[in-house]
Design a protein around this ligand. Structure first.
Ligand SMILES: CC(C)(COP(=O)(O)OP(=O)(O)OC[C@H]1O[C@@H](n2cnc3c(N)ncnc32)[C@H](O)[C@@H]1OP(=O)(O)O)[C@@H](O)C(=O)NCCC(=O)NCCS
Length: 453
């Protein structure tokens, strides 16, 4: 996807709905420093953050320069230059099963001022973002959520989960293979030059990750405000393979009270190979003078328990939904990924907002590649319930757009949603369709997103 993000006109429905409340819905010119700074300040306030220092404002101004930035303004308030609501969005690749990427639309910075809450402002903005995503040609929209109860109503579903992984240092005895490469301490500025390429490779091999933008690497490496206490705490390590080629990096800090053992904490580990992933984990869990290691936003399916003699050295907490997916174009979304088994499945999707509603036929070949077609319901036959296949003989499932988003990356099996009464098989399929859907949608890796956006 490449086009002028600002060329998409403001959504007419949102303009009208908000105008009826005396509010102005505007595209923010990110070159207008005063307007963009006011938007950043509203975003900080919306997330209950401290007022930003100039260095944070400058960082955010650079990040939003590559985004579509919108605000809602109330001319009647004391400071009408500060928006009462914010949202930003941009096109991104999302890694999907089969080592492929789908065109997605990332939505971020959704805030509404506490003075203007529960009047339908977020609703107007979120519905407009679905239109923006479609105008941009995205197959689906993605976000990470501060609360799990907000976005389901707009068709988003939790598609990946993340967890905090704790490792008890005293019980860490490594039984994994010895790697031929080495871990080096490196300066953040030096790593920064190769970080984008390593991050790209790490994202490409992990279903559920989205493309990294330059600013997130600066922030992860502590380069946004290098003299701040939190940046100075960061340590950067790089793993080079036996040929001396960098294959991954991690950023960690050791939290510790004077004279006490510390806790290693990390939230950024980018590995382009399994070997790099193992060795960076090994480095982190084999530190001395620490009691434990804490990995944030880790996969719920880490290989770590299989690398330690005592898998009970590991405990997992804070398992929660992380990436939310909202399918907009089922044909493009379903055709973008690879599947676990060959077969033909009819999929009937309902969608309160209409975007993804319809009957689709997913035909997967022996190599896991898909052809997807939207089927005219009048031509579909076989079940008499509206769910069938173009050929009339394929098994079929019925589900809402929310459930489609949940199963899309393979993060939950369709049969689990069937047990919850949220996915049904067509009468003619008698459960066969659910079993086939399970095998088709299963990915090689448990999907995982390791950043907030
Ligand atoms: C979340 C937030 C943006 C909602 O804004 P809002 O303008 O008050 O929301 P709306 O009035 O448009 O409400 C839309 C719907 O979402 C529901 N909703 C809104 N906020 C909710 C919340 N925090 N939890 C659960 N439901 C919520 C409303 O009840 C409403 O439901 P309905 O349309 O089915 O009746 C606002 O509360 C906020 O800024 N929160 C702090 C920042 C934040 O958490 N942002 C989300 C980032 S991921």
């Amino acid at each position: 996807m490449s086009f002028d993000l600002r060329a998409i006109p403001l959504d007419a429905t949102a303009l009208r709905t908000l105008a009826a409340k005396g509010l102005e819905y505007r595209l923010v010119d990110t070159n207008d420093v005063a307007a963009a700074t006011a938007w950043v300040e509203a975003d900080f306030r919306g997330f209950h953050n401290a007022r930003p220092r100039q260095v944070s404002v400058d960082y955010d101004l650079a990040v939003i320069a590559d985004r579509r930035v919108q605000g809602v303004y109330d001319p009647s308030i004391a400071d009408p230059a500060i928006p009462v609501a914010t949202v930003s969005s941009w096109p991104t690749g999302l890694s999907v099963p089969g080592g492929r990427s789908v065109d997605a639309w990332a939505v971020s910075s959704v805030t509404v001022s506490p003075t203007h809450r529960r009047r339908g402002i977020a609703r107007a903005l979120m519905l407009a973002e679905l239109e923006n995503a479609r105008a941009a040609g995205a197959a689906l929209a993605v976000l990470t959520a501060s609360e799990a109860t907000i976005y389901g109503r707009f068709g988003y579903a939790p598609a990946t989960r993340a967890a905090t992984v704790h490792v008890d240092r005293r019980r860490t005895h490594w039984i994994g293979p010895d790697a031929p490469g080495r871990v080096h301490f490196v300066a953040a500025e030096d790593l920064r030059t190769i970080a984008p390429a390593l991050a790209r490779r790490a994202v490409a091999r992990t279903t559920g990750e989205i493309d990294r933008w330059p600013g997130i690497l600066d922030r992860a490496l502590g380069l946004v405000d290098p003299d701040s206490e939190s940046s100075r705490r960061k340590r950067v390590v790089r793993y080079d393979d036996e040929h001396g080629n960098p294959q991954g990096f991690a950023v960690f800090q050791v939290l510790r009270d004077p004279n006490e053992h510390g806790i290693v904490e990390f939230d950024f580990l980018a590995a382009a190979t399994d070997e790099a992933e193992r060795e960076l984990w090994r480095f982190l869990v084999e530190q001395d003078f620490v009691t434990s290691v804490r990995g944030l936003l880790r996969s719920v399916d880490e290989p770590l328990p299989w690398l330690l003699e005592d898998p009970r050295a590991i405990t997992v907490s804070d398992v929660a939904d992380h990436l939310w997916v909202r399918v907009l174009d089922p044909v493009a979304a379903l055709a973008s990924r690879r599947y676990g088994t060959a077969g033909t499945l009819a999929i009937e999707v309902t969608d309160p907002q209409g975007h993804a509603a319809g009957l689709y036929e997913l035909v997967v070949d022996e190599r896991g590649r898909a052809e997807v077609a939207r089927i005219d319901p009048d031509r579909a036959s076989g079940t008499g319930t509206g769910t069938g296949s173009a050929s009339g003989s394929a098994p079929g499932i019925r589900l809402g757009v929310h459930e489609l988003g949940a199963i899309y990356l393979g993060g939950v099996r369709p049969s689990v949603l069937a047990r919850a009464g949220r996915v049904a098989s067509s009468a003619a399929s008698a459960g066969r369709a659910i079993e086939l859907a399970d095998r088709m949608f299963l990915g090689q890796r448990t999907p995982h997103l390791s950043i907030w956006f």
